[in-house]
Write a new protein. Structure first.
Length: 105
């Protein structure tokens, strides 16, 4: 998508400094991730997952929120390495995600 839209493709082997677009994009994404992170912690999702994987529908029911909205949040945070998703819309904490619990290991 970046290549089609901005004429460039991100590369992990690129040693040149990031472009202004890349810096701004990282800032925007960082804000979104921070907000998503704060939301799932406020909802108590990490504590719900402390004992193991749960389906998104069960997490949403316990938190009193929309399943679809929560699913999008959890998928976004899974892409950042905080949760792992299974095929049945189930999620579990990763090692990094464990640190979000109110009683981290």
């Amino acid at each position: 998508m970046l290549k089609e839209t901005y004429g460039q493709e991100p590369s992990s082997s690129d040693t040149s400094p990031p472009s202004p677009y890349q810096v701004l994009f990282k800032m925007v994404i960082g804000k979104w991730i921070s907000q998503a992170l704060g939301t799932v912690v406020e909802l108590g999702v990490p504590d719900q997952l402390a004992k193991g994987a749960l389906r998104c529908s069960d997490i949403a029911r316990e938190a009193g929120v929309s399943e679809d909205g929560l699913y999008r949040l959890l998928r976004a945070l899974a892409s950042e390495g905080l949760f792992m998703e299974s095929t049945d819309r189930g999620f579990k904490l990763t090692g990094m995600g464990q640190l979000l619990r109110s009683d981290p290991p």
